[in-house]
Design a protein around this ligand. Structure first.
Ligand SMILES: NC(=O)c1ccc[n+]([C@@H]2O[C@H](COP(=O)([O-])OP(=O)(O)OC[C@H]3O[C@@H](n4cnc5c(N)ncnc54)[C@H](OP(=O)(O)O)[C@@H]3O)[C@@H](O)[C@H]2O)c1
Length: 287
C-alpha cells in the first residue's frame, strides 16, 4: 500500500512544496542565455547536452533534476506555472525559467526552442483533469511533440511503475487506485515509443516516491516486474545519468531502491541493475 499512499500524498501541494530544496539556491544573477536554433544545438553534440528543457521543474523530482543538470554543467530551461517557481529558479545561474502551462502546446514549443534535450517529470494533481485532460498525457505529449517538431532528438520521459509492461508489478489493489493516472502516463509512453522512432528517448518509471535524502543505492532496471520505493533525489540522479548515458537509447527502465524496505515488494525481490556504465557516461561540461 506504500505506493498508493506515497503517490497520493505526493500529489498534495503542501508535501511537495515542503520537499523543494532551498539550501542549494544560488542567488547569483542569472546569466543571459543565447538563443540558438535547436537544429544548430543538436548538430555534433553526441551525448552531451548544452541546454536541457525541463518540464515539471518547480518541485519534486523535476526540481532536483534541475540541480543535477546544473551540477553536470548543462544549462536549463524550465517551464513552470507559478511566479514563485520562476523567481526561485531564475535565481540559479544557468537556469532560464519560463512561466507557462504545459497543457498549451505552443507554450511548450516556444520554451523548448533552442534546447538540445528535454526531460519531463510532469505529473497530475487534483486540478489536472481540466477539460477532461490530464497533464500526465497532454502535457507530456506536448513535450514529446514539440521535441519532434523542433528536432530535439533526446527526450527522457518520467512516468511510473504500473505503466505498460510494468502493470503486473503493481499489486492489483494499488493498480486499481492508480489506474486512471497510469492510463494517462501510458498513453504518453505509447506516443513516444510508437511514433518517434527516430528519437533517442528513454522512459524512467519510478516506484513509490519518498521525500528523503538520497541513499545513492537506487537502481534502474530493465526488469518490468520491479516494484518498490525510491527517494526523489535518487530518481533525479538516475534520470540525469540516464540522459547522458549512451546505453539508454530507447530503453524503458524501472527505478527502485533495493535498500528501502517496501510493503509493495512483499516477496523481497531483487532486480538486476541496468548498467549505466560510468565509462559510457559523458557529462557535458560547458562552463
Ligand atoms: N508520488 C509517487 O509515489 C509517484 C510514483 C511514481 C511516479 N510518480 C510520477 O513521478 C513524477 C514526479 O513526481 P513528484 O511527486 O516528484 O512531482 P510532482 O510533485 O507530481 O510534480 C509535478 C510537476 O508537474 C508540474 N505540472 C503539473 N501540471 C503542470 C502544467 N499544466 N504546466 C506546467 N507544469 C505542470 C508541477 O508544477 P506545479 O508546481 O505548478 O504544480 C510539478 O512541477 C510525476 O510524473 C509523478 O506522477 C509519482
Amino acid at each position: 500500500m506504500n505506493l498508493i499512499r506515497l503517490f497520493l500524498v505526493a500529489s498534495g501541494l503542501v508535501v511537495a512544496r515542503a520537499f523543494t530544496p532551498t539550501t542549494s539556491i544560488n542567488r547569483a544573477t542569472t546569466r543571459p542565455l543565447r538563443r540558438l536554433s535547436s537544429l544548430y544545438m543538436v548538430q555534433g553534440q553526441g551525448d552531451s547536452y548544452k541546454k536541457v528543457f525541463v518540464a515539471g521543474g518547480s518541485r519534486g523530482v523535476g526540481r532536483l533534476v534541475v540541480d543535477k543538470l546544473l551540477a553536470s554543467g548543462s544549462e536549463v530551461v524550465a517551464l513552470v506555472r507559478s511566479e514563485e517557481a520562476v523567481g526561485e529558479l531564475s535565481a540559479l545561474e544557468g537556469v532560464t525559467a519560463i512561466r507557462g502551462d504545459a497543457m498549451d502546446y505552443k507554450t511548450v514549443e516556444g520554451a523548448m526552442d533552442g534546447c538540445d534535450a528535454a526531460i519531463t517529470t510532469l505529473g497530475g494533481g487534483h486540478d489536472a483533469r481540466l477539460d477532461g485532460k490530464w497533464v500526465d498525457y497532454t502535457g507530456n505529449n506536448n513535450v514529446i511533440e514539440a521535441a519532434g517538431i523542433l528536432g530535439v532528438t533526446r527526450v527522457v520521459l518520467v512516468t511510473s511503475i504500473g505503466c505498460g509492461s510494468s502493470k503486473d508489478a503493481t499489486p492489483p489493489s494499488v493498480y486499481e487506485v492508480l489506474k486512471d493516472v497510469l492510463a494517462q502516463k501510458n498513453k504518453a509512453e505509447n506516443v513516444l515509443t510508437r511514433y518517434y522512432t527516430n528519437m533517442n528517448w528513454t522512459i524512467v518509471r519510478p516506484g513509490g516516491l519518498v521525500s528523503a535524502p538520497e541513499t545513492g543505492k537506487a537502481i534502474l532496471t530493465e526488469d518490468a516486474t520491479a516494484i518498490g520505493s525510491i527517494h526523489r533525489g535518487d530518481v533525479a540522479d538516475l534520470v540525469v545519468r540516464a540522459l547522458f548515458s549512451k546505453n539508454t537509447k530507447k530503453m524503458i527502465l524501472s527505478a527502485v531502491d533495493p535498500s528501502i524496505a517496501s510493503s509493495a515488494n512483499t516477496a523481497g525481490r531483487i532486480n538486476e541493475a541496468f548498467a549505466l556504465d560510468a565509462d559510457n557516461v559523458s557529462i557535458a561540461r560547458w562552463k
